[in-house]
Design a protein around this ligand. Structure first.
Ligand SMILES: Cc1cc2nc3c(=O)[nH]c(=O)nc-3n(C[C@H](O)[C@H](O)[C@H](O)COP(=O)(O)OP(=O)(O)OC[C@H]3O[C@@H](n4cnc5c(N)ncnc54)[C@H](O)[C@@H]3O)c2cc1C
Length: 319
């Protein structure tokens, strides 16, 4: 089927409906830029996968992740953001206007904010999906405080896994790191810290085969990858720290990416293409928090607004 062509040139298109994209939309809409936002087939971003969010400012009692994202969306819509729950499947940022395609239609805009986020890489186990938010997490900063005086398991062997394990020692009685190999990939300094920590222990050469529990995580089933032997361990929480994948496939030929596929930006807001701005976890692999993503969305929208004003002045001078 031929994509329908929308001849209107929009001022701004925003790609992504997590905290970064929806915050960019709130700012762009209140600046009268009439934003069009592509929310993605799975709208709301990563917070839709979690239960309680206790560290987003303004909610002293905490708030459920999906409810928080409903509020973001309602606020963006209140000021006139047009939102389509579809994925952007192709972009062309080589010329102005910038072009964006979905499966059904083609759109054009003078500025684009890319806020397509990232996805945690999961183990792919049934128990992991069923118990997510009930003891299974991928974010120690977000969920560690729920497990005070508990036994915590961390899965992974890279820097992130070890950082998460060390952070979790603030709450846990003990933290066990499960790793498929017999040595860590983490940097030497992180390894030294982990090996020296009295609360951290390791189970080597082991893969998690299942995460078990009825309403909450109660244990894990392991398989020794060398002997094939199975064993069961009790634990109260499992933090999966085997990496994140930025959602950048669609942009790979248009924007400069780093070696891990994140969109590169010198200042955390401008990309290598004029008029294309970036916000949130698709650029930031370090902080990965809703509040930092929202802050980046605000910056991207304000920079886009300045850019649009500048090109309007250039056009006025030229005419
Ligand atoms: C289990 C879990 C618990 C967490 N808990 C907390 C917490 O308690 N506190 C906290 O601050 N942070 C928490 N985080 C981290 C937080 O969710 C992220 O930092 C934040 O959501 C990043 O926002 P973002 O807008 O950059 O991207 P995302 O939330 O990843 O949203 C990106 C959006 O873009 C869409 N998208 C992707 N590609 C396309 C495309 N081609 N076209 C259209 N749309 C597209 C996706 O569908 C998605 O909706 C948690 C994360 C997880 C996974």
């Amino acid at each position: 089927m031929e994509a329908e062509v929308n001849s209107d040139i929009r001022k701004i298109i925003i790609i992504g409906s997590g905290p970064a994209g929806l915050t960019a939309a709130i700012y762009a809409a209140r600046a009268n830029l009439a934003p069009l936002l592509f929310a993605g087939g799975v709208y709301g971003g990563q917070l839709m996968l979690t239960t309680e969010v206790e560290n987003y400012p303004g909610f002293p009692e905490g708030i459920q992740g999906p409810e928080l994202m409903e509020k973001f969306r309602a606020q963006a819509e209140r000021f006139g953001t047009e939102i389509y729950n579809v994925d952007v499947t192709r972009v062309d940022f080589s010329a102005v206007p910038l072009r964006v395609w979905t499966d059904e239609a083609e759109y054009a805009a003078r500025a684009v904010v890319v806020a397509s986020g990232a996805s945690a890489i999961w183990l792919g186990l049934d128990g992991e999906t069923r118990l997510r938010g009930r003891g299974v997490s991928s974010c120690a900063t977000c969920d560690g405080a729920f497990f005070k005086e508990k036994d915590i398991t961390v899965v992974g062997g890279g820097d992130t896994a070890i950082e998460e394990a060390l952070f979790l020692t603030r709450f846990a009685t003990n933290v066990t790191v499960i790793h498929r190999r017999d040595a860590l990939r983490a940097s030497k300094i992180m390894q030294q810290r982990a090996f020296a920590h009295p609360k951290v222990s390791f189970v080597w050469d082991s893969a998690v085969e299942d995460i078990v529990g009825d309403k909450h995580v109660t244990g894990i089933r392991l398989r020794n990858v060398k002997t094939g032997a199975f064993s069961d361990r009790k634990t109260d929480a499992v933090f999966v720290a085997i990496g994140h994948r930025p959602n950048t496939d669609v942009f790979a030929n248009e924007l400069e990416l780093d070696e891990k596929g994140y969109i590169r930006s010198e200042d955390g807001v401008h990309t290598n293409k004029r008029g294309v701005f970036v916000a949130g976890d698709v650029n930031d692999f370090h902080y990965r928090q809703a509040v930092t993503a929202a802050g980046m969305g605000c910056r991207a929208a304000m920079e886009a607004e300045r850019y649009l004003e500048a090109i309007e002045s250039e056009a006025a001078l030229a005419s």
